[in-house]
Design a binder for this molecule. Sequence first.
Ligand code: DAT
Ligand code: MG
Length: 137
Amino acid sequence: MATQETLVLVKPDGVARGLTGAILARIEAKGYALVDIRLVEPDRERLEAHYAEHAGKPFYEPLLEFMMSGPSVAIRVAGNRVIEGFRSLAGATDPTTAAPGTIRGDYGRDWGLKVQQNLVHGSDSPESAARELAIWF
Ligand code: DAT
Ligand code: MG
């Protein structure tokens, strides 16, 4: 597959901890292009759209609360197979089991029940990327 676009979010924990630059550096070092970038303080409506697939799950409300706790940096990233590639850079959802060398593995901490504080979001399919990019840009 050729060039794709994906939505990357540096979530509120990543912004608050001053990790935006480190995360951007990894995206750039991998050779992906930064197409657009903005700081966003999302309201509930935007987050309900973004996380629609998780509505009703036990972690849904805490996840929305966390995502409203501060600004996120939204980035439109382009590159060959960038959707799969960024998820590989990000690592597993749970920061404790995310492999060393990944963003979540290197910077993510075990916050007890707060698995949602895993620093970044990356779209998981071309369909998700198109839908999510329209929500954040
Ligand atoms: P990912 O962000 O790796 O695509 P996901 O789409 O399954 O993971 O979940 C979205 C976010 O929700 C995830 O980044 C953190 C939070 N989350 C997922 N599973 C969770 C759980 N079991 N407990 C708490 N938060 C969870
Ligand atoms: Mg996901």
